[in-house]
Design a protein around this ligand. Structure first.
Ligand code: HEC
Ligand code: HEC
Ligand code: HEC
Ligand code: HEC
Ligand code: HEC
Ligand code: HEC
Ligand code: HEC
Ligand code: HEC
Ligand code: HEC
Ligand code: HEC
Ligand code: HEC
Length: 397
């Protein structure tokens, strides 16, 4: 392709007489001057093109007028205003791919500040994506996207609705692993969103729509997604239940927490509790729930007993809370936990007479006792006062 283009473009230059269209070297005669500028509004814009960088770029073999088509027939000097470049003239497949994306403003975007090809690739310094200096090399993608998506005032003035995705990403595990550890295997923006066909979460065909998130994470965390598929949550999800959790129900999309951190288990427990409010209430009443509620993360929280990606109902023999498995589950923290130790009820509900009759009647008896005592002493004290009053009155009389 390059060769064909090259000979195609060079040949006419050799034949044509001097007073013809501007050649690429004519363009450089003026545009390799690094003091050449133009004032747009109040801003000074450089019109300098670095010859070396240009020649190293993927389009280095091309003539300026292959992109700046409107200058193809201009002689000597060109007009002040030049038409915008249409990359799609040659990259029609990419333009096609981009057409349904939020970035074309056709699927619900605000329409202002939308990125053009050059915003993500550059103009005269475009390099293949696997070149470290390319704007779309993995390590550089966050900076490229965050030129618009960082919630700075300058970025959000004419750009997307302000949100802090970039700050969250930087502090999340994927950002830390990419930026600080320099690992290009980590997830960058386009691994989860795509590059050209980026769609809003509300579009069901988006990679980040609820129905597709697990598949998106699965391109790297394949093992976990497989285990999850066998859990009660994964099964309900496969059946099409809209209530079942997906990867991002427990893990944040951008501020992805480090799984080992004690604070993450507290966060996850809150997330389990939103979907399982009854078990969350009974858990809060127990010793484990009370002390973890006060910040003592060593005691058991939901995932310590139920697991994370392999959660199953209690009557499934593979469940961590199936009676036969409880000594091992509790034994992780309570050395020597045996069957009688596991008789303890982690979700005891003293209001529930059907499931916990003993507890319920003990609770009832305690309540009766309490009120009985108050009642008896209340009457006793009242009578005492009356009697004291009568006696006092008698003495005075
Ligand atoms: C004789 C010197 C000269 C030559 C030759 C020349 N330019 Fe320019 N070019 C200028 C100047 C001066 C400006 C700034 C004009 C202005 O103030 O708006 C400019 C501006 C531009 C702009 C920016 C226009 C805009 O709207 O911001 C482009 C693009 C451009 N030139 C491309 C080219 C290309 C491509 C060639 C070769 C085909 C070329 N120029 C050849 C002097 C030159
Ligand atoms: C791969 C396509 C491509 C090629 C090849 C190309 N340009 Fe451009 N050029 C652009 C784009 C994109 C812009 C940004 C403005 C726009 O969208 O039209 C631009 C803008 C410019 C500007 C305005 C200043 C700026 O940086 O925005 C100048 C000057 C310019 N080009 C000169 C040249 C010269 C000289 C050559 C040849 C050495 C050349 N261009 C080759 C795509 C190209
Ligand atoms: C006149 C046709 C033409 C125009 C216009 C054009 N390109 Fe290209 N582009 C090419 C050719 C030819 C290649 C080299 C393909 C190759 O090496 O396989 C290329 C390569 C690329 C590559 C690297 C692809 C790879 O596989 O390594 C990128 C990225 C790219 N162009 C982006 C752009 C952008 C962005 C614009 C607009 C600013 C643009 N192109 C305008 C013809 C064009
Ligand atoms: C929102 C940012 C963004 C916009 C806008 C964008 N691209 Fe891309 N493009 C990317 C990213 C990121 C990649 C890298 C893909 C990858 O790593 O798989 C890429 C890859 C490419 C490639 C393949 C590069 C290679 O080395 O294989 C070409 C060609 C390309 N883009 C052309 C275009 C053209 C033409 C346009 C405009 C119609 C455009 N892009 C608009 C972000 C963008
Ligand atoms: C690990 C996957 C993943 C990575 C990496 C990722 N995102 Fe997201 N992003 C998502 C998911 C999933 C959503 C859907 C909303 C949600 O569930 O929180 C989303 C939503 C968004 C939104 C729309 C929601 C909002 O709050 O405005 C934007 C914009 C966005 N991401 C930009 C980015 C940018 C920029 C980067 C890179 C710095 C990035 N994302 C990296 C998964 C990811
Ligand atoms: C030139 C600025 C610009 C760049 C660069 C850019 N975006 Fe956008 N992006 C926008 C605008 C404007 C919208 C419109 C939607 C809006 O108003 O929220 C948008 C929308 C989005 C949305 C949908 C937001 C939603 O509310 O659902 C996602 C996701 C997104 N961009 C991701 C990316 C990713 C990933 C990259 C880098 C590969 C990127 N953007 C690069 C300007 C940009
Ligand atoms: C491009 C590959 C890739 C994609 C896609 C990806 N991740 Fe990751 N993820 C990684 C890498 C690499 C690490 C760092 C290694 C590690 O710490 O386990 C990581 C780390 C994590 C961690 C922290 C693990 C820990 O040990 O603390 C969580 C949680 C996580 N990812 C969840 C997700 C979720 C949820 C999704 C989908 C929304 C996702 N990832 C998408 C590659 C990816
Ligand atoms: C019901 C909540 C929940 C869901 C849904 C969930 N996770 Fe997790 N995930 C956790 C918990 C809790 C941990 C911490 C496990 C531990 O410390 O043993 C964890 C740990 C991780 C880790 C770090 C590895 C480890 O075990 O330390 C990765 C990576 C991860 N999850 C990815 C995913 C992916 C990908 C999905 C989607 C299939 C997903 N998670 C769905 C709760 C969940
Ligand atoms: C987004 C909501 C959601 C989140 C978050 C969630 N779950 Fe679930 N969970 C469900 C749904 C839906 C079911 C299936 C209920 C059914 O159909 O029996 C379920 C089932 C279960 C079951 C089996 C119960 C039964 O009756 O079969 C257990 C145990 C369980 N979840 C524990 C957890 C734990 C522990 C966490 C946190 C680590 C958690 N869940 C997070 C929605 C959620
Ligand atoms: C100390 C261990 C432990 C902790 C902590 C714990 N559970 Fe349980 N959970 C169990 C055991 C054992 C069972 C089975 C016996 C029962 O139903 O009481 C169970 C039962 C359940 C069930 C019903 C399962 C079924 O098949 O009917 C759900 C749902 C549940 N737990 C959710 C949670 C949630 C949500 C949390 C955190 C707020 C949590 N659990 C904390 C041990 C625990
Ligand atoms: C993540 C670790 C962990 C797991 C798993 C766990 N516990 Fe605990 N549990 C604790 C801690 C820490 C305490 C605080 C008491 C202490 O300091 O000994 C505690 C306290 C208790 C207590 C009350 C106080 C006492 O005097 O010991 C009982 C009863 C108990 N756990 C039963 C269980 C049962 C039954 C299971 C299994 C269903 C279980 N625990 C699972 C960590 C755990």
């Amino acid at each position: 392709m390059r060769k064909v283009l090259f000979s195609f473009l060079i040949l006419p230059l050799l034949i044509v007489s001097p007073a013809a269209a501007l050649t690429t070297s004519d363009c450089f005669d003026c545009h390799s001057d690094d003091s050449l500028t133009k004032t747009v509004g109040e801003r000074e814009v450089s019109l300098y093109i670095d010859e070396e960088i240009y020649s190293r770029s993927v389009h280095g073999d091309m003539d300026c007028t292959d992109c700046h088509e409107d200058l193809a027939d201009v002689e000597d000097e060109h007009d002040e205003s030049v038409e915008p470049v249409e990359c799609a003239n040659c990259h029609d497949d990419t333009a096609e791919e981009m057409s349904p994306s939020v970035h074309t403003g056709r699927s619900g975007g605000s329409g202002s500040g939308l990125p053009r090809c050059a915003d993500c690739h550059g103009k005269h310094s475009i390099l293949p994506r696997n070149d470290r200096r390319s704007m779309v090399f993995d390590l550089n993608v966050p900076a490229t996207c965050c030129a618009c998506h960082a919630s700075t005032e300058a970025a959000s003035e004419s750009g997307p609705s302000p949100s802090n995705v970039c700050g969250e990403y930087e502090d999340g595990m994927h950002g830390i692993v990419l930026i600080r550890s320099g690992l290009i295997f980590s997830a960058v923006c386009n691994d989860c969103h795509g590059s050209h066909d980026i769609r809003s979460k509300s579009d069901p065909s988006s990679r980040v729509a609820d129905g597709n998130v697990n598949a998106t994470c699965s391109s790297c965390h394949t093992g976990i997604v497989d285990v999850f598929a066998g859990s009660i949550h994964g099964k309900r999800l496969a059946e099409g239940s809209g209530d079942a959790p997906i990867c991002t129900s427990c893990h944040s999309s951008h501020a992805t927490e480090r799984a080992m951190d004690a604070s993450f288990l507290v966060t996850v427990t809150d997330r389990c509790s939103e979907c399982h409010p009854e078990e969350a209430d009974t858990f809060r009443d127990t010793y484990h729930g009370q002390v973890t509620g006060m910040g003592y993360a060593e005691a058991a929280q939901c995932p310590d007993c139920h697991g994370a990606h392999d959660i199953l109902p209690g009557d499934d023999p593979a469940s961590r809370v199936y009676p036969d498995n409880l000594p091992a589950t509790c034994g992780n923290c309570h050395a020597g936990a045996n069957e009688s130790f596991t008789q303890y009820l982690p979700h005891a509900d003293y209001h529930d007479a059907d499931r916990f009759p003993q507890l319920y009647y003990v609770y009832l008896a305690m309540v009766v006792l309490l009120f009985g005592v108050f009642f008896f002493f209340g009457i006793h004290t009242l009578l005492w006062f009356i009697r004291a009053y009568i006696e006092e009155k008698g003495k005075r009389a």
